[in-house]
Design a protein around this ligand. Structure first.
Ligand code: HEC
Length: 119
């Protein structure tokens, strides 16, 4: 009997871990769209092509997420740039305004339109 209870507990723990793992790795693209529209669209554009209304005149043009250069980056690489920003560009860091979950959501939204390209 004790053994059965232990097995049951282990199974429940495992299920929770798998669930948490999925939550951690996958963002919600619908939430991400709203976050993108508010924060990223002015530079990166509604079409994700880097031609947002505020893009003109920046020292370095905003990334075009549809471009191969961007699509070849992993989700993790995009997340790091969003969190920490990109030196010497107008892309400032977002980890002080957006939560990790919100950043994953916005990456899910970008990837829904511009999927990761594997060589
Ligand atoms: C003020 C304009 C501006 C805003 C607002 C902005 N970005 Fe950027 N972003 C840039 C610029 C400029 C770059 C650098 C492009 C380069 O290095 O070629 C960049 C680069 C990036 C990159 C790296 C992409 C790549 O392929 O190298 C990601 C990812 C990114 N931005 C995501 C976001 C997200 C998500 C938001 C909103 C939360 C956002 N950006 C808001 C201007 C902006």
């Amino acid at each position: 009997m004790r053994g059965l209870v232990a097995v049951g507990c282990l199974a429940a723990l495992l299920a929770v871990n798998v669930w948490a793992g999925e939550q951690a790795s996958k963002g919600n693209a619908t939430n991400g769209q709203a976050i993108y529209a508010r924060n990223c669209l002015p530079c990166h554009g509604a079409a994700l092509d880097g031609h947002g209304p505020n893009a003109a005149g920046l020292v370095r043009p905003p990334a075009n997420f549809l471009d191969k250069r961007s699509r070849k980056k992993t989700d993790f690489e995009l997340e790091i740039t969003i969190k920490q920003g990109q030196l010497y560009t107008d892309m400032h860091r977002w980890d002080d305004t957006l939560s990790d979950a919100q950043i994953r959501d916005v990456v899910a939204y970008i990837r829904a339109t511009a999927p990761h390209l594997i060589d």
